[in-house]
Write a protein that binds this ligand. Sequence first.
Ligand SMILES: Cc1cc2nc3c(=O)[nH]c(=O)nc-3n(C[C@H](O)[C@H](O)[C@H](O)COP(=O)(O)O)c2cc1C
Length: 146
Amino acid sequence: MTHPPLQRSGLVGWLYASRCALPLVWAQRAVDDIVEKSIPRNAALDVTGALLFTGSRFVQFLEGPAQSIATIRQSILADRRHHDIVTFLSGSRAERVFSNWSLAYAGPSLFVADKVENLFHAGIKNTNEIIDLLEQFVIIAQADKP
Ligand SMILES: Cc1cc2nc3c(=O)[nH]c(=O)nc-3n(C[C@H](O)[C@H](O)[C@H](O)COP(=O)(O)O)c2cc1C
């Protein structure tokens, strides 16, 4: 799978989906670990974004300075905890969507999994649809927290 080159400067975003390579029994712990370690790394690189995990698929949107996104993207593309990585959007952004989140996370729920599968089966027509969905899930996931 090839991924288009990122531009060299300014605010850029990267939206992709992938499949989790781990069996579900281990996946949750692995994802918790990814989120815990990503938050300080993203913050240090001035990267914000959101990660959605359906139990089998990841959908992630990251935004930040071009160099930072290039660095993190390289790590993520080489990470063997997932595969079949498909880039939906990669390029310059006028403003951040998740400016308050180093990495907002929405974990597996039937509701999330159904919505995401429907979106994939219907065919992705508009990448903003996916970013909107991430935003909605993040709002729901944060509201559920005690
Ligand atoms: C689905 C998924 C999402 C990830 N998201 C991030 C992220 O937002 N930020 C980050 O620093 N690492 C993220 N990681 C972890 C990186 O792939 C990598 O393990 C970590 O950044 C350490 O980088 P290094 O292996 O190049 O040292 C993610 C991994 C996976 C599988």
